[in-house]
Design a protein around this ligand. Structure first.
Ligand SMILES: [Zn+2]
Ligand SMILES: [Zn+2]
Length: 71
């Protein structure tokens, strides 16, 4: 049962996007202080459907370096 694991992790902001290979991302969510985009950070662009930041902490939407931890 994966349900208990999801409940345990509910206190953290986790990415619900899909990674290559159809696996759920579960990466840490960050927020852009410039445009408000939310998403995870991946080592390469396009690794997750909800990716918002590059490995250089740069927002993929507006290009700002204003990555903040999501509350
Ligand atoms: Zn942004
Ligand atoms: Zn993700």
């Amino acid at each position: 049962m994966a349900l208990g694991y999801d409940v345990l992790k509910a206190d953290f902001a986790l990415c619900t996007g899909t990674r290559t290979g159809n696996q759920r991302c579960n990466g840490t969510i960050y927020v852009c202080g410039q445009c408000g985009a939310r998403g995870c950070k991946q080592t390469r662009v396009g690794q997750c459907s909800d990716q918002a930041f590059s490995v250089l902490d740069q927002c993929l939407k507006c290009g700002a370096h204003a990555m903040q931890a999501a509350s």
